[in-house]
Design a protein around this ligand. Structure first.
Ligand code: SF4
Length: 429
């Protein structure tokens, strides 16, 4: 999912209005979601048309990262090679981030190219790479084998490196603020296409693409690296790029199991360092909770009242705010992991103090200590209805939540200058 793909899409004039549940609105206007030049398609039952299933399209060739370790061995043996070649190949791919047969000198030269092309077919072709001036954010635009485009964004924070990745080409959830959603769903990514975004990012980091961590080294220039670079890897993965990850559930889980598998069978990441976000596909959230993995789960709520959320997040027509919050609470109960509520603050649309109070009430009704709210100011677009809340309004919103005992962290957006910040991932060449 990608509440983070919020981008300005409309300049419709604000329309005044009051709160939807009768609580005090004060004098604040109420802007309704609308998308310029685009109309929400409706299904036969009058509800917004949503695409839960991927259109039938050719999938990329099967890759090592689509397979379990046992399946990799079986494939290597089917090629007439000893089983340990699977482990060697995995080490090259997951640990050394290489798919270059010439670099795999521990494999016999005879048959090496065939083995590599059978198990490591190219998946992502780099179209564009943009860096912010400070070198701490890098956006990649990838072309897939069938021409579909996806993006991932690499971010350096003090002490950690985070990668925001895509789970689908396009998205079927049709959120009016989202460039990705308005283009519809092209197809689900394969598990390996998801994993390969992380491997490619690790390769870029090892190559010195990100500015150094100022807390760890002097200087911030990119460039080849001291030995310490070897240990520089993506620490956190967030599924907040293109797509609703829970709509691509099976491949998502295959990818996650590979991300957390110890090396050399996978990338050896911590499940806690992987954040799956969703706009609220309730049955899938419950299924994720039952997987028994301590992943981090983020619910992209953006409105606590169905009146607004029905328009802002069309999937709310299937599962209401209370259903989504109940599922989020279930996630906490099953995993013990505190749930994040993502809330993009949009000027005069969802940033009213009464909404902060309603949100706090709904969260507190479900217990204490299970949830954390992350308000994220929308990227400012003066003159559009999709623009950032005023600083004093933002501060008041946070204050109301905190006063009600809800842990709240106002998030920063990264990479505005390269359109890599929340709401700006719209792959186009
Ligand atoms: S349309 Fe899809 S990618 Fe965009 S915000 Fe909605 S769920 Fe996320």
């Amino acid at each position: 999912m990608n509440e983070t793909t919020i981008r300005p899409t409309s300049r419709h004039a604000p329309r005044p209005g009051g709160p939807d549940d009768g609580t005090d609105a004060g004098a604040r206007p109420q802007v309704r979601p609308a998308a310029e030049g685009w109309k929400q398609q409706l299904a036969a039952d009058g509800r917004p048309a949503l695409q839960f299933a991927s259109p039938r399209r050719a999938q990329p060739e099967t890759h090592l990262a689509d397979l379990t370790p046992a399946e990799r061995v079986a494939k290597v043996e089917a090629l007439g090679l000893p089983r340990f070649r699977a482990r060697q190949l995995s080490t090259h791919y997951f640990t050394h981030c290489t798919t270059d047969a010439a670099a795999m000198t521990d494999l016999p030269a005879a048959g090496r190219d065939e083995l590599v092309s059978a198990l490591l077919p190219p998946l992502l072709t780099e179209v564009r790479r943009l860096r912010t001036d400070d070198g701490k954010t890098v956006k990649f635009l990838w072309k897939l084998f069938d021409g579909a485009l996806v993006e991932s964004v690499l971010m350096r924070y003090p002490g950690r490196i985070t990668l925001c990745i895509s789970s689908q080409a396009g998205c079927g959830m049709n959120c009016p603020f989202c460039a990705t959603g308005q283009a519809g769903l092209t197809r689900n990514l394969s598990a390996a296409e998801i994993v390969d975004q992380v491997v490619a990012a690790n390769r870029a980091v090892a190559g010195g693409e990100l500015a150094d961590d100022p807390g760890r080294r002097r200087g911030s220039q990119p460039g080849p690296a001291p030995a310490a670079r070897e240990t520089d890897r993506v620490h956190n993965v967030v599924f907040m790029g293109m797509g609703e990850p829970l709509a691509n559930y099976k491949r998502l889980m295959t990818a996650i199991r590979t991300l957390i598998a110890p090396r050399p069978d996978g990338l050896g990441m911590s499940a806690r360092a992987i954040t799956v976000s969703s706009v609220g596909l309730v049955p899938a959230i419950r299924k994720l909770a039952d997987e028994g993995l301590p992943l981090t789960f983020a619910l992209s709520l953006h409105a606590p009242d169905d009146g607004l959320r029905d328009e802002l997040i069309p999937v709310n027509s299937r599962w209401k705010v209370d259903d989504a919050l109940d599922a989020a609470r279930y996630y906490f109960e099953k995993t013990g992991r505190r749930v994040s509520i993502e809330y993009a603050l949009i000027k005069d649309m969802n940033d009213h103090a009464w909404r902060a109070e309603l949100l706090a009430r709904k969260l507190n009704e479900r217990g204490r200590g299970w949830v954390h709210v992350n308000p994220i100011p929308l990227n400012p677009t003066p003159g559009s209805i999709w623009t950032a809340s005023e600083p004093d309004v933002t501060a008041e919103f946070v204050h109301r939540l905190e006063s009600a005992g809800i842990p709240t962290t106002l998030r920063d957006t990264r990479g505005k200058e390269i359109d890599g910040a929340c709401g700006q991932l719209a792959a186009a060449e």
